[in-house]
Design a protein around this ligand. Sequence first.
Ligand SMILES: [Zn+2]
Length: 140
Amino acid sequence: MSASCIFCRIVAGEIPAEVVAREPEVVAFLDVQPLADGHVLVVPRAHAACIEDMKPAEIDALFRAVTRLAGPVRKALGAAGTTIGINNGEATGQTIPHVHVHIVPRWPDDGAGSIHTIFPRRTSKSLADVGKAIRAASGD
Ligand SMILES: [Zn+2]
């Protein structure tokens, strides 16, 4: 736990939150600045700034919880779907450096776009070059 981390303090119960799930490795609660009614944040109990810092078992537990909660969030709000996303790293707009998965209920004509709409599509490299670079960085 990081004493200065607001999500660690929510996990520890030191800061109140509208908790919707409390599991051995994961806690889920409502975002206090919701993008829509039912906007849930799912966080690992163990502090990690980025998903690359998490252990495989922690990732498994996190995404099991996201998968388990997506349906109930949709049902509870009468939503047509959910947008699920992670801002992974400060440069992406991640404001709390503790991994959190957003589950945001969506409705037709809710005025929000898809994940594709947040990118201006400024690419300059070929798919082959990028694929080769990622495979090399993965050690394959
Ligand atoms: Zn934390």
